[in-house]
Design a protein around this ligand. Sequence first.
Ligand code: PLP
Length: 443
Amino acid sequence: MTTKSHLFYQTDSRRPVLAEARGIYMWDVDGKRYIDGSSGAMVSNIGHSSPRVLEAMRRQMEKSTFGYRLHFETEPSEMLATKVAKLTPDGMEKVFFVSGGSEAVESAIKIARQYAVTIGQSSRWKVISRTPSYHGSTLGALALTSYTPLTLPFEPMMQVMPKIPAPRAYLDGLELDDPATGAHYAAMLEAKILEEGPETVLAFIHEPVGGASTGALVPPEGYMQAVRAICNRYGVLLIHDEVMSGGGRTGRFLGADHWGVAPDIIAISKGFGAGYAPLGAMIAHDRIVDPVLKAGGFMHGHTYAGNPLACAAGLAVLEEIEAGAMMENAAETGDLLKSRLGALMQRYPFIGDVRGKGLLLAFELVEDRQTMRPLPKALNAYSELVELAYQEGLIIYSRRTRDGTEGDHFLVCPPMITNAEQVDEIMVMLTSALDRFAEKVEP
Ligand code: PLP
C-alpha cells in the first residue's frame, strides 16, 4: 500500500486495510481478526465469502456481466424477480431493480407520483415520513430523511417533506404492547394528513423495523395496522422502506411480515445483495404498476439496473438463506443475543434500552434510565464505544439517536449465520469495551 491515499468518503480518517473476510470474521492486512458484529452497515446478512454465491457469480461472469435493459432481458434478473415476487405480499408482482437503497427509495417515490398523475390526482405530491428517519443520501430520499446532520447542509435546495414523530414509546414512557400506544402514534399520521390537506398527500414512508436512525425501533402494538387503515382512508400510498429490515434479518423476509401488513410499495437493498453486489429493488402492487405501464411506461431507470451479475448474486443469496434456514437462525440467535444484551442492563446503569427483532438489534446509552436523559454530548459515546469495541476486534454500528444531535445507540447485527458460541465471543468483546467505556462515564 502507498501511504498517500487519493480516496475520500465522509471524513478523511482511515481504517486498516481489509485483507479477507469469511463467515462472520474479517482480517486486516496485519492479520488482526474482527467479528463483523454489524454485518458492515447491516448488509452482509449471509456472512462473507459464501461459496454458493461466489460460484454463482463466477458462472455468470463467464457468460456475461452486462446486458443493457433496452437491448436484452437477462436470465438472472427474470429469475430473481420471480423469486422476489413469491416472497412479497399477494398482488406485488412487479419488481424494479436498482443498485442500492437510495435508488430503491427514489424509485418508490417516483412510481407513486407517476401513478397519482396517471389516475388524475396530480395534486398529490407530498410524502410524509418520520422523525428521526433515514431513507437515503440522494436529494429526493434526503427530503424524506429526518436526521439533521445529514440534511441541514443541503437545505433549502431540497424540498423538505412533512414529518411525524417515530413511535419511540421507550422515550415517551409508553408501553410497547399497549394498543393505545400504537393508536397514539398512528393518530399523528392522520393529523398530519389532515393538516397538509389529504388531496396533496401522495404517500407515507416508514421503516417497519427501524434501522440506523432509530436504532432497531420496533413499532408498538397495533401501529402497523392503524397506519395501513389511515392510508386507505385518505387514498395515501403506503411505502415500506425495508432497505435494512428486509432480506430476512428480522427473522422474516420483510420486517412488515411480522404484522401481516402489506404496503403499496416496498424498497429493499442491503441484505438483498448481502455485500456481494450492489443490488436493490422497488416492488409495487399491480394496481400501481399496471396503470403506469399502460399509460406509456415508468419514466425512470438507472444504467446498471438489473445487472445480470448483481442479479445472479442476489438469486444465490436468497437460495443460500433458504438452504441454510438463515431466517430461522436469525430469529433464534436474535432472541439469544437480545436477552444477553438485555442482561447487560444489570451491569451497566447507563444502558437505557435494548430493542429490535431477530438480528436487527440495538441498545441505547443514557445518563438516567428513569428520564432517558442522554449521556453528555462531550463523552462522544457513539464514537468512543465503537472505537473501544473495534480495538477488541468487534465491529458495531452507532448513531446519534435524538434526530442526530444527541443520544447514542449502537446496532449489534451480526450475519444471520451467527451461532450461540459466536454470540458468546461477541459478548466477551462487547463487555470488555463497555467496561472500559464505564471508566469514562464514572471516572
Ligand atoms: N433506507 C434505509 C432504511 C437505510 O438504512 C439506508 C441506508 O442505510 C438507505 C435507505 C439508503 O441505502 P443506500 O446507502 O444503499 O443508498
